[in-house]
Design a protein around this ligand. Structure first.
Ligand SMILES: Nc1ncnc2c1ncn2[C@@H]1O[C@H](COP(=O)(O)OP(=O)(O)O)[C@@H](O)[C@H]1O
Ligand SMILES: C[C@@](O)(CCOP(=O)(O)O)CC(=O)O
Ligand SMILES: [Mg+2]
Length: 397
């Protein structure tokens, strides 16, 4: 079977409010970032499937004849079932030698790839292909690298299978899919997230697919059209953590202390809804200091709640303290336990304050940069529209 070569990309995300609570049916507000993951899919030597994941030093190659033995009996390109095929996951875990509880980066990424590949192609001829992924996002830092990876896998493999169109026309630089195709990409990306996370809410893959600023509640995605331009500082504490472990930790706490944790989750829900209302107000009325005071207070309250849930970290406390000393407010973003935090900047925050804060945070050993938000969701690219440095990485494989 011949595959169609393609390059696709998907953005990372920052959660403004609602991480963890969103897994338990509460509202989250999330925004796409200008950092993206790129996937290049091309035909490979006959009889072989290869993945090159240089961000995580993973390079694998399999014989089609071995993969064919693992393929599920039925597969469905249009099957949007929310349940993972547990039997296929079991066979794949055994095939790549993952023992129970093994959560390493390499195994999760390989499992997610093989699961989507075999689910989409398993019942027919398996195509010989090579997939190379390169990301501008830090891996495992709370910026949705797993979701951007899963969205790219879903978009690339669905396109190669012909289950969705190839939107890029001659002379286009980038192109996006129709709503129906994006829903299919999102649903397969969600399967990838399930393999990597265990119990994802789906907010990260939704932002990776649609981009922009979204309100997410129990799988329902509402793009926010009325949002002021927000200035955000991103800080990576560089403390590694696993979303899967942190999501499980919060669940244990809820099971242990339901009457204590349920009001915390309800409060986070109210924070997300209040934030959404304030953001809408800021587009319909003149923006005042009161709006920013309220947004800052919501950030502080939510950060305390996240500490109560057990997903804080001393480095995140340092981030909050260092930025507070400059009059700025921060919270963790994503799963916490290290990883990244966001700091809200006011429109009038002087660039000298921003630069001094960045320097203070760098002095703590963190990476820190001002980011732009709301970038496009999943896209197909012509090679000419991909940055030279990424093409150069791709050209090595
Ligand atoms: N560029 C990449 N290449 C390969 N695998 C990736 C890449 N980015 C993310 N992943 C997968 O996602 C996992 C990290 O997911 P997760 O713990 O949810 O953190 P994040 O906050 O970055 O989403 C990694 O262990 C790896 O399996
Ligand atoms: C903690 C959570 O709300 C977000 C996790 O984001 P990340 O994998 O840390 O980027 C989990 C989820 O929504 O699936
Ligand atoms: Mg993730």
């Amino acid at each position: 079977m011949n595959v169609r070569e393609c390059i696709v990309s998907a953005p990372g995300k920052a959660i403004l409010h609602g991480e963890h609570a969103v897994v338990h049916g509460k509202v989250a507000l999330a925004v796409s970032l200008n950092l993206r993951t790129y996937l290049w899919l091309k035909a490979s030597a006959p009889g072989k499937v290869c993945i090159n994941l240089p961000n995580i030093a993973t390079f694998m190659s399999w014989e089609l004849s071995d993969l064919k033995l693992l393929a599920p009996e039925s597969c469905g390109k249009r099957d949007e079932s929310k349940l993972l095929d547990a039997e296929l996951v079991r066979r794949l875990r055994e095939f790549i030698g993952v023992t129970n509880g093994n959560l390493d980066t390499h195994s999760m990424a390989t499992l997610a790839f093989l699961y989507i590949y075999l689910s989409l192609f398993g019942s027919g001829d398996l195509p010989s292909l090579t997939v190379t992924v390169w990301s501008e996002l830090p891996t495992g830092a709370g910026l949705g690298s797993s979701a951007a990876f899963s969205v790219c896998l879903a978009a690339g493999l669905l396109s190669a299978s012909g289950a969705i169109s190839t939107p890029l026309r001659d002379f286009d630089n980038t192109a996006r899919w129709c709503q129906e195709d994006m829903e299919l990409i999102n649903s397969w990306a969600f399967q990838g997230e399930k393999i990597i996370h265990g119990n994802p809410s789906g907010v990260d893959n939704a932002v990776g697919t649609w981009g922009g600023i979204l309100r997410f509640l129990s799988g329902k995605i509402i793009p926010l059209s009325r949002v002021p331009l927000l200035r955000i500082l991103l800080t990576n504490t560089k403390v590694p953590r696993s979303t899967k472990v942190l999501v499980a930790r919060v669940k244990d706490k809820i099971n242990k202390f339901p009457s204590i944790m349920t009001p915390v989750l309800d409060s986070v829900d109210a924070i997300s809804c209040t934030c959404e209302r304030i953001l809408a107000e800021m587009t319909s009325q003149p923006i005042t200091g009161e709006h920013y005071n309220a947004l800052e207070e919501l950030i502080d309250i939510n950060q305390h709640h996240l500490n109560v849930m057990g997903v804080g970290h001393p480095t995140l406390d340092t981030l909050c303290r260092v930025t507070q000393a400059r009059g700025l407010h921060s919270k963790l973003t994503g799963a916490g336990g290290g990883g990244c935090g966001i700091t809200l900047l006011r429109p009038e925050t002087d660039s000298s304050i921003v630069q001094s804060t960045i320097q203070d945070l760098k002095d703590c050993g963190f990476d820190c940069w001002e980011t732009s938000i709301g970038g496009p969701g999943v896209q197909q690219h012509s090679p000419a529209s991909v940055k030279g440095e990424i093409l150069e990485i791709f050209s090595q494989y």
